[in-house]
Design a protein around this ligand. Structure first.
Ligand SMILES: Cc1ncc(COP(=O)(O)O)c(C=O)c1O
Length: 409
C-alpha cells in the first residue's frame, strides 16, 4: 500500500497541465512518509533500513578518493561506459564467480543502486497487466518500481524457510508471470531466508515454465549465524538475473549496485540503461574499486557483521524480556530486519501514533503486502540504533503492546 501525494488543488499547475497518467498514479512510499514523522532526534527509530552511520568507512573512502583523483585523474570525472568502468566490472565479476556462477566482466552491469536494477527489470519485462510473482510480504520498493510499468502481483505465502514451493508452482502455472521476484537472503521486510532445497526447486520451476528469476540480494553478505546457502544464480545460471548493491556493505549514498546475468540478457540491459541515464557515476565507481581492491571491503564487511550481529542479539534478547507472550517474531540469521506479528485484531498502523508518543517508531507491515492484509505485523530494523537505544526502544514498544493487547474473552 502506498499513498498518493499529488496535489490537484484548483489553479495548481497539476490541475492545468496534462501529465502522463503513470506519473500521477505513481505513489509515494509509506515508509518515506513515516520516516518524516519518526526522524525527530528524541525518537528511537526502528523504522528505516539505514546502515549504522558511525560504521561508514570514512577514512578508507577518503584515501580512495584522493588516490583516484591523483592516479586516475580526468577519466574518473569523464563520461564512461554504460556497462560500468572496466576495473569495477572485473572486480564484481570476481565476487559473483566466488558465489559459484562463473562470469567475466561482460556479465556485469553497474547500476545506480539495486533500486535502479529493479527499474531496469521493469523496463525490460513489464507492460500494463504483466504478472509478477512475489513473496508475501515483499520489498516495498520493488512494488513501487514495478507499479510504474503497470505490473499485477500474484503473491506466494512464506513460512520460516521462505516461499511455499507447491503454492508457487500452482500460481506460476495459473498466472503465466513475466518474472518471479525473490529476496532470498534475510528478506526485507521479514528477515526470512529461502532454504537451500527450495532454491533448487524454484530453479526447476523457472526452467519448466520458462520464467526468469529476479534474485534481489542486498543482504547476502551480512550473515551472522547459521549455514551459508547457495545463491540462486549459482544454481540456476542463465535463468537468474541477480541484483546486488554496495548500499548495505559500504554506503547507500554512493548509489552503486550491479546486475549479473547471461551475456545475451546483458546486451538488452545495456540498451535500457543507456536510455535511462547513459551510465552510473564514474567517480564513485573508481572510488569503490580503489577501496575494495586491497581487501579493505572484505575487512569492512567483517566489522559490520560483528556490530550488526551484536545489535540483532540485543534486540532479540530485549524482545524476549519486554514483549508480551502473545507477540511473535522472526529470528533472522543476517540482514538488517526482523518481523513482528501481533495478536489478530491489533493494528500496527493505528498503534504507531501511541508508539511515537512514547518516542519509539517502526514500520507497520501492511505496506509490504501487495494486498490489503498484514495489519497486525510490523518491521523492525536493528542496524541503525546503538545497543543501548535498542534496549530502551524495545522496552517502550513492549509497554505499548501490553497497554493495547485485545481483552481476553
Ligand atoms: C530488497 C531490497 N532491494 C533493493 C533495495 C534498494 O537498494 P539500493 O540502495 O541499492 O538501491 C533495498 C533497500 O533497502 C532492498 O531492501
Amino acid at each position: 500500500m502506498v499513498t498518493s501525494n499529488v496535489s490537484k488543488t484548483a489553479g495548481s499547475l497539476v490541475s492545468q497541465w496534462t501529465f502522463a497518467g503513470r506519473a500521477l498514479e505513481l505513489e509515494s512510499s509509506v515508509i518515506r512518509d513515516i520516516l518524516k514523522v519518526t526522524s525527530q532526534p528524541e525518537v528511537i527509530s526502528f523504522a528505516g533500513g539505514l546502515p549504522a552511520p558511525e560504521l561508514f568507512p570514512i577514512e578508507g573512502l577518503k584515501k580512495a578518493c584522493q588516490k583516484v583523483l591523483e592516479e586516475i585523474g580526468p577519466p574518473a570525472l569523464q563520461y564512461s561506459l554504460t556497462t560500468g568502468v572496466p576495473p569495477l566490472r572485473r572486480y564484481l565479476a570476481g565476487r559473483v564467480s566466488k558465489q559459484g556462477f562463473e562470469v567475466d566482466e561482460a556479465n556485469i552491469q553497474v547500476t545506480a543502486g539495486s533500486q535502479q536494477g529493479l527499474d531496469l527489470v521493469g523496463r525490460l519485462f513489464l507492460e500494463p497487466g504483466s504478472v509478477v510473482i512475489t513473496e508475501i510480504p515483499t520489498y516495498l520498493g520493488a512494488i513501487q518500481a514495478f507499479n510504474f510499468y503497470g505490473a499485477k502481483y500474484v503473491s506466494v505465502d512464506m513460512d520460516e524457510n521462505g516461499v511455499l514451493i507447491d503454492q508457487l508452482e500452482d500460481k506460476v502455472r495459473a498466472s503465466k508471470p513475466r518474472i518471479i521476484y525473490i529476496v532470498p537472503n534475510f528478506q526485507n521486510p521479514s528477515g526470512i531466508t529461502l532454504a537451500e532445497e527450495r532454491r533448487h526447486q524454484l530453479v526447476e520451476i523457472a526452467k519448466r515454465y520458462q520464467v526468469p528469476i529476479i534474485e534481489d540480494n542486498p543482504y547476502g553478505e551480512l550473515r551472522y549465524a547459521g549455514k551459508e546457502v547457495s545463491s540462486i544464480q549459482s544454481i540456476g545460471g542463465d535463468y537468474v538475473i541477480q541484483l546486488q548493491t554496495f548500499s548495505k556493505i559500504i554506503s547507500p549514498g554512493l548509489r552503486i549496485g550491479w546486475i549479473s546475468a547471461s551475456k545475451e540478457i546483458m546486451a538488452l540491459v545495456e540498451r535500457v540503461k543507456q536510455a535511462t541515464d547513459l551510465h552510473t557515476n564514474t567517480f564513485c565507481q573508481y572510488v569503490i574499486t580503489e577501496f575494495a581492491k586491497d581487501g579493505s571491503l572484505d575487512r569492512h564487511i567483517e566489522e559490520l557483521k560483528v556490530a550488526y550481529s551484536e545489535r540483532r542479539q540485543v534486540m532479540l534478547d530485549a524482545m524476549q524480556e519486554h514483549f508480551p507472550e502473545e507477540v511473535k517474531w522472526t529470528k533472522p540469521e543476517g540482514g538488517l530486519f526482523l518481523w513482528v506479528e501481533l495478536p489478530r485484531g491489533m493494528n500496527s498502523a493505528q498503534l504507531l501514533d501511541k508508539a511515537v508518543e512514547k518516542k519509539v517508531a517502526y514500520v507497520p507491515g501492511s505496506p509490504f503486502y501487495a494486498q490489503t492484509i498484514g495489519e497486525n505485523t510490523m518491521r523492525l530494523n536493528f542496524s541503525n540504533a546503538s545497543p543501548e537505544k535498542i534496549v530502551e526502544g524495545i522496552r517502550r514498544l513492549g509497554q505499548v503492546f501490553k497497554e493495547n493487547l485485545p481483552k481476553k474473552s
